[in-house]
Design a protein around this ligand. Structure first.
Ligand code: G3P
Length: 222
């Protein structure tokens, strides 16, 4: 399963990407606005950083128009910034029309703000590269986000749709395991959760014990 970072913070991306385990970055208007930096240079920098450590890593930049021609204009401007650009488009009728048009031009898309398997079916029919179910926001309203991911997996497998399932709006490390178990293709994570994935208290105490035993052994050898 691929791991993306869900952030617009350059420094966080730089640190995490050094592990070589980052397959891409997702941004959205809220994440970019949070950083308060200019949009285009930020996207360019992110694209360069992730590719330095992983040649196949992608960057997802989102359009803010809500009409077909506006989305197409923005999309064509974004893909010119870097060859690893994926266009994030909201799951609305004009959005899927743009996804279909971009698919015909062989431009990669990520259909965002997906909350049902039926929406995901439409995105796959339009030729989306990725579909982004927002599991945390579903859980927030006491729905089961991961159940929707399971339904999408089943539907895509039933019909052989190549659209990859990108689990978004992740709130805890456990959700990465659950996403992998239901067969999601990608998870996009806030950087805090990415770092939490490495951690377990028994790993830390186990390592301390190994190092203490080694030090004692070294002393005895002298
Ligand atoms: O990138 C979109 C998505 O991951 C947003 O997450 O935490 O704002 O629901 P959140």
């Amino acid at each position: 399963m691929k791991l993306f970072l869900d952030t617009g913070n350059i420094e966080d991306i730089r640190i995490a990407a050094e592990t070589g385990l980052v397959d891409g970055v997702t941004t959205n208007p809220s994440l970019i606005a949070k950083e308060g930096k200019p949009f285009v240079p930020t996207l360019k920098k992110i694209a360069k950083i992730v590719q330095k450590h992983n040649k196949r890593a992608v960057i997802n930049g989102e359009v803010v128009s809500t009409d077909f021609s506006g989305m197409m204009k923005e999309a064509l401007r974004l893909v010119r910034l870097t060859p690893n650009m994926i266009i994030k488009i909201p799951l609305i009728p004009d959005g899927l029309k743009a996804v279909y048009a971009l698919h015909k031009k062989k431009i990669g898309t990520n259909v965002t703000l997906c909350f049902t398997a039926a929406q995901a079916l439409l995105a796959a029919k339009a030729g989306a590269t990725y579909i982004s179910p927002f599991i945390g926001r579903l859980d927030d309203i006491t729905s089961e986000g991961m159940e929707v991911v399971g339904e999408i997996r089943q539907i895509y497998d039933n019909y052989g749709y190549p659209t990859e399932i990108l689990v978004a709006s992740v709130r805890s490390p456990r959700q990465i395991t659950d996403a992998a178990l239901v067969g999601a293709d990608i998870c996009t994570l806030p950087t805090k959760i990415y770092h939490q994935l490495f951690k377990h208290p028994l790993t830390d105490t186990g390592l301390q014990k190994f190092l203490a035993d080694w030090e004692a052994y070294q002393k005895k050898q002298k």
